[in-house]
Design a protein. Structure first.
Lengths: 392, 156, 392, 156
């Protein structure tokens, strides 16, 4: 496989944009990425796009085709990837593979989303054969309640407190103040977070990300092409996709087999470990991590499950500020999903854009000092997960 | 007269010996399933992929709470509940049969819920429908009432 | 890029199966493909699946995840591809790329579909920004009417007769008699076709394919892996995906710019020409073609647009029986969509299965003599198209 | 009283000079669009991607029929039509402005439709709605009636 570079990235700011279509958001992000890469639309040889359940795509998930028609139909191959909230990362991996295989020199990866209001109705399918329907109709266990159960167990196992959870939210919003693309750019105090309404005990409103509209794009290319365009490319060190294992103890249906070992997000662990392996790098090499913080709980669980810290150590890192931009293990210096809101299928590409800016040293006041290696990770419905490692 | 209607047919039953979850077990590799599954989904169980090698099993009533949360806000459709909305607890319960099951936890005092505590299966109201019938679902309640107080409780 | 082989294929017969879920259909096809390849489920390293709009996928197009959960969650990466009716071919191309890149040795490609009854409501989106909605609400131009317009123009340009159209349907059904997976296996006379109801003049009911339920799967692998498993592998000579060009004259919206040249299906032409180029082969090398015959008209238009015959020559080939299994340019010896019905997203994989059986010489009474090189092609909503060339 | 209601707002207008389709043209590369487009989609038109470089244009009324078909069966939703269903013709029409447009062909005699024949834009009823109003849409009719008989007709 040939080396792959991230040549240009672009983002439409996140928020709620009643007057703009998802295609409008994607156009902004793509034109920014093309300009950043210093290439014209005609130079793009293929498009890998996240397929949205909520917006655009002609009712068939054809979001990449929408983007191509909007920018001008050149005949390029289009790949529309569905992977729940992991779709953006999944599309990035396909774009990466198209370049790494030698099939294309320049590929555009794009994810954009206009979200419906309020909490997401997960599946929309009302049939007794649909697991999500059964979970909601028979029990009424929302996404935040599921996270709440996992978080509550952690509190019992490791003594995690409500203050630990709130500290993560405070850190996220402190970072967001420095990010012009973030939806919420206001700092919060620990008290403000702890006084926000309880959504699903033990998780509060300011500890769960809302939904947003947004888009992100990345132009990736072969080493040969990159060297013609820039002297400071950002490289894809490793990229991986995985799904959940049968016996990880996560009740994705009404039930699961009792796990033989620790309950964990096996899909994310497998994706990250595979990305490490492909990159020939490990946890110690990481300058920063952009992980999927739908809930602050993930910032405690994921670092441990991936071997970035020891078991039960995540709370100590949070207490000591080590997950801040200048800490030992910077997590989500962008402000994360907590500050952006989740535009589901855009998020994997959003992470690639953020990591690229950090690795170039272009992240301004939220810059991680001497950022050399970054990890991005998403997780989505269906047991999907993705991981991407970028390096200077 | 108020009738009890299962929220979805075929998921649970109120048998003479008590409430049970209606599941399956693979005759080849013994993997348990809830709800019933016509085939085995264990990745190493080739035999399970041949239909009709699954056996019907009734699971419960005893389990241990793995963890819980409280649904403090009204969940979106297709969830259903009585108005005005009252927060309820949900949990993951490890059954002795090797199955981890999701379910509501029937309790008035969320603060008493603790990982490791014994729970038992019941069938109780989820909501009252437009015809005045009780739509019921499987739930779990702390087993203290049955004399298991403190038994199996686990301190962090 | 490394060489890629088709190691095993499988199909669930096409038809209407009220009692079976799309997952049931896929399981049959996948288990058949695994058995044909002589491998176990654990040996599959990744899955590329067609994403369905009509069935399964948890409401998010996650059809590949459904298949993996059903067969057993091993943690393999899953790629769900949306491309309208070209989704199966699109998924095959991604599967091919994953192996050709060296990322995986063994990949499963699968497409399955349970279709709603009757003619398909194309988009399902009811918004004034949706082109399909506007076409249907403001004009009422159905898919068959669109094909009818193209066909009528051909009749005026080349003297195509209603008998020519009917002869293609007769040929398709004559082939289907020998295909146990076909839904309709009854021969039709020219008169029977010509007496079938007019759907959209000039196209009749027996000249347009209905919708079906069905599934197909293919196990593809690296040359190294193939040589360990078989002495007679079928090879992927070339695979390509393309989208439509801006100025091809096809009014995919309410309007299009008037084309500078001939009106044509630019996406299919581009995909096929790219596949030829990648294969280092041309029209003269083809032993047979499995093309997307939603309408018999395509069997006249496509061969010309792809350079398989001269302009206006297609009707002569049909008259002379040259598109039959023993002719000079065998088209759809399987019986095609006319005999199977379209299970939209399964069709690209269906073609790979049929081509594989032909190239192995396993096609029984519908066998094309000395089949060495086969071409499969799909086209779908959004201007998507795929082409795959297999060889012995 | 029966009102004429456009099937979708903003697609066509009945101007003093006659019916017209409401489209756009790129101020940079002159590419025509119907319906209106806020941006240019020509793949080589970078300038067109900057919004507000598009000009409103009214297209029509003259065109040439590229081809037609007959919708012999009632199309599925979201199409609408009066009961009982009457087959109608649809066509692709090349306008002088470099645009190929889809539309119904208003004619009682499908057999007279022929590629190359001149047609003209009209606005006519698509269906009558539940309030008794005529929902109208753009259509084309053979231009013979206007004295163009046989002009521009093309034999195969
Ligand atoms: Zn088994
Ligand atoms: Zn322009």
């Amino acid at each position: 496989m040939t080396e792959v570079a991230v040549l240009g990235v672009g983002m439409h700011p996140f928020g709620k944009f009643a007057d703009r279509s998802v295609t409008d958001l994607c156009r902004s992000a793509v034109l920014a990425a093309l300009a950043d890469a210093g290439i014209s639309w005609r130079e793009v040889e293929a498009v890998a796009a996240a397929s949205s359940r909520f917006s655009g795509g002609k009712g068939w998930g054809l979001n990449g085709n929408d983007v191509v028609e909007d920018l001008g139909s050149t005949g390029v191959p289009v790949y529309n990837l569905s992977a729940g909230c992991a779709a953006g990362g999944n599309a990035f991996h396909i774009g990466y593979t198209l370049v790494a295989s030698g099939m294309h020199d320049v590929v555009l990866v794009v994810g954009g989303e206009k979200m419906p209001k309020g909490f997401i109705q997960t599946s929309g399918v009302e049939e007794a054969t649909d697991p999500e329907f059964l979970r909601q109709r028979c029990i009424g266990v929302s996404g935040p309640a599921f996270w709440g159960m996992l978080c509550r167990r952690r509190m019992e196992d490791y003594g995690t407190t409500e203050e630990h959870l709130a500290m993560i939210a405070v850190k996220a919003h402190a970072n967001s103040v420095h990010n012009p693309n973030a939806r919420f750019r206001k700092p919060f105090t620990l008290e403000e977070v702890l006084q926000s309404p309880m959504v699903c005990f033990p998780l509060r409103l300011f500890e769960i990300c809302p939904v947003s509209d947004g888009a992100a794009a990345a132009v990736i290319c072969s080493a040969r092409f990159a060297r013609r365009k820039t002297t400071k490319p950002v490289w894809v060190a490793g990229s991986a996709v995985a799904t959940a294992r049968f016996d990880d103890g996560m009740t994705r249906h009404l039930a699961a087999v009792s796990p033989p070992g620790k309950t964990m997000h096996s899909e994310a662990k497998l994706a990250v470990e595979t990305a490490f392996e492909r990159a020939g790098l490990g946890p110690r090499d990481l300058s920063l991590v952009e992980l999927q913080d739908n809930t602050v709980y993930y910032e405690l669980a994921f670092p441990e499950e991936w071997g970035l810290c020891a078991e039960g150590e995540a709370e100590r890192l949070v207490e000591q500020g080590e997950t801040g931009p200048t800490g030992r293990l910077p997590i989500n210096p962008s402000g994360g999903f907590q500050s952006f809101g989740e535009a589901t299928t855009a998020m994997g590409v959003f992470q690639v854009a953020e990591l690229t800016w950090q690795l170039r040293g272009d992240a301004g006041a939220r810059q991680v000092p001497n950022a050399r290696v970054g990890l991005g990770q998403t997780i989505g419905l269906g047991g999907n997960a993705t991981a991407v490692m970028l390096k200077t | 007269m108020t009738q009890r209607i299962p929220v979805i047919e075929g998921l649970f039953a109120e048998l003479p010996e008590g409430p049970r979850l209606l599941g399956s077990r693979c005759a080849h590799c013994a993997t348990p399933y809830f709800p019933r599954s016509p085939v085995c989904h264990h990745p190493d169980c080739d035999a399970g992929r041949i239909e009709n090698r699954m056996e019907d099993v009734a699971f419960g009533p005893s389990g241990v709470l793995y963890s819980h949360a409280v649904q403090n806000y009204p969940p979106p459709p297709p969830a259903k509940f009585d108005e005005p909305y009252q927060p309820y607890a949900v949990g993951m319960i490890d059954l002795a049969e090797g199955l981890r099951v999701l379910g509501r936890i029937a309790t008035d005092d969320f603060s008493k819920l603790q990982g490791g505590m014994p729970v038992e299966l019941i069938v109780d109201r989820l909501y009252r429908d437009g015809d005045g019938n009780d739509v019921v679902t499987w739930q779990f309640r702390p087993a203290e009432a049955a004399g298991h107080r403190n038994q199996g409780r686990r301190k962090p």
